[in-house]
Design a protein around this ligand. Structure first.
Ligand code: NAD
Length: 487
């Protein structure tokens, strides 16, 4: 494996995050702060403040006050503002991407792509917000008519993980603003400034004070405080299953609506009749994107018996040639994990699997003395009782096993309680039709890992959550339905 190094001094370009409340970036004052650490160097690059109860109350009050004004702003005008924000994100792509890489480690090329895609989503929301139509239904008596109208649900709270700090922020705030709602948004404390940069684009584009707030701190304290308030009518969360379940419990106290984008453990079924070279190339590229810290990351690969050995050899060869290094170095194919905990978790999962008989074909070790790097890893013949067969690794580990026929493959794929993404590779129409029908997932990719566009709903089933972001459904998620009978 090659190791790329970063020649630049990364800490120079970073400004510490601040809270955004009622349209004003707050001075930190005597608030508690925690360091933001560059995972490629393990060095602090700045700080992130902790919101107090008083900060959260002010954000709630502002979100409530701003709601009727934003709701009354025409969808066309809201769309214009969001479109301006999309343009600003596009213009500031380099600066935003650099912040994301500094904070959470992904290669700069991936951060640029994330920012580009996020600005496209913002543009989609700008347009789709104009199409929140209702309908008219003729009544049964004389002149009575029924109007079905869609209305914004009210002030909302959004909580996201750090893995797509730009994309998650744009997705949550863009959909909410398109629907006419306000949002208090809490990004992951690991990557606070990237999310703040998205908020800055919205403010510079003309989003009024109070419509969005950005807060950080102790996650459980913040979510409990916001969810206990009657002001918040809906929450949207992107993160792990355990935290999602916890938030649903809190939300149920106030009967608040929820959208839950939770974890996954995506299966990939590769049939003998598939284009093996293409499947291999795409699989390696997607597995190690963002160091595997992607909720739709392909993880459990099942390969049909005749193709198995060659696929394993090819996977290991390609994985071991990837350059691991600082994301700011354009030569790096893969950056570090976000923090030491993630790296230690991956290490433990790999050790558990090999101790139970899995073959280690590539990686399986740390890289560098500094930075939370872990080598692109390939495990084969992994027994069912290895933890990695059922626990989401969220890291750079591919798990390869064989299957005999379609029934065997689909049973293995659907075995886990997760249902976010699933993939299949085959050139048989019959197999493709059966995969499309029978894979239990919110998103299915056939002969491709491209399962998400601004126009398509993104979300899972089973333990991977409920509701969708993006697509028509992404705006609809922040609206309630009212029926009006007029005689
Ligand atoms: P996590 O659930 O611990 O944290 C995710 C985010 O939630 C973080 O920003 C964290 O600060 C916040 N959080 C944690 N506890 C909270 C609480 N009580 N209230 C409010 N917010 C809280 O998960 P993690 O280990 O940091 O991230 C990885 C997990 O997130 C994986 O399981 C992954 O699959 C999942 N994830 C899912 C998606 C998706 O779209 N489905 C996207 C990204 C990450």
């Amino acid at each position: 494996m090659n190791i790329a190094t970063n020649p630049a001094s990364p800490s120079e370009a970073y400004s510490s995050a601040r809270l955004l409340i009622d349209g004003v970036w707050q001075e930190n004052g005597d608030r508690k702060t925690q360091p933001v650490v560059n995972p490629a160097t393990e060095k602090p690059i700045g700080t992130v403040p902790h919101a107090t109860a008083e900060d959260l109350d002010r954000a709630l009050e502002a979100a409530q006050r701003a709601f009727p004004l934003w709701r009354a702003t025409s969808p066309r005008e809201r769309g214009r503002i969001l479109k301006r924000a999309a343009h600003l994100m596009h213009e500031r792509q380099e600066e935003i991407a650099r912040i994301a890489t500094l904070e959470m480690g992904k290669p700069i090329a991936e951060a640029r792509l994330e920012t580009h895609f996020a600005s496209e989503e913002m543009e989609w929301f700008a347009e789709e917000g104009r199409r929140t139509y209702g309908r008219i239904i003729p009544g049964r008596l004389g002149e009575t008519r029924f109007q079905v109208v869609k209305e914004p649900v009210g002030p909302t709270a959004g909580f996201s993980a750090w893995n797509f700090p730009v994309g998650n922020a744009a997705r949550k705030m863009g959909s909410v603003l398109a629907a006419g709602c306000t949002m208090i948004y809490k990004p992951g404390e690991e990557a606070p400034a990237a999310a703040a940069a998205v908020a800055q684009c919205l403010i510079d584009a003309g989003v009024p004070a109070g419509v969005i707030a950005v807060v950080y701190g102790v996650p459980d304290f913040i979510s409990r405080h916001l969810l206990a308030s009657p002001v918040i009518r809906k929450i949207s969360f992107t993160g792990s299953v355990a935290v999602g379940q916890h938030l649903i419990r809190l939300a149920s106290e106030g009967l608040k609506r929820t959208t839950m984008e939770l974890g996954g453990h995506a299966p990939v079924l590769i049939f003998d009749d598939a284009d093996q070279a293409a499947a291999l190339e795409m699989s390696v590229q997607r597995k190690y994107r963002n160091s595997g810290q992607v909720c739709v990351s392909p993880t459990r690969f099942f390969i049909q018996a005749k193709s198995y050995e060659a696929f394993c050899a090819g996977f290991a060869d390609k994985a071991s040639k990837l350059k691991v290094g600082d994301g700011l170095d354009a030569a790096s194919n893969m950056g570090p994990l976000v923090h030491a905990r993630r790296r230690d978790a991956i290490e433990a999962l790999v050790q558990d699997a090999t101790s139970k008989g899995a073959k280690l074909l590539a990686g399986g070790h740390r890289v560098n003395n500094e930075g939370f790097f872990y080598a692109p890893t390939v495990l084969a013949d992994v027994p069912d009782d290895a933890r990695i067969m059922s626990e989401e690794p969220f890291g750079p580990v591919a798990v390869l096993n064989r299957f005999s026929d379609f029934d065997d493959a689909i049973t293995k794929a659907n075995k886990l309680p997760y249902g976010l993404a699933a993939y299949g590779f085959s050139n048989s129409h019959k197999t493709i039709a059966k995969l499309s029908d029978q894979l239990e997932a919110g998103m299915v990719g056939i002969n491709s890992f491209n399962i998400s566009m601004p126009e398509t709903p993104f979300g899972g089933v089973k333990y991977s959550g409920h509701g969708s972001e993006v697509g028509i459904e992404g705006v609809e998620a922040y609206m309630v339905t009212k029926t009006v009978s007029i005689t």
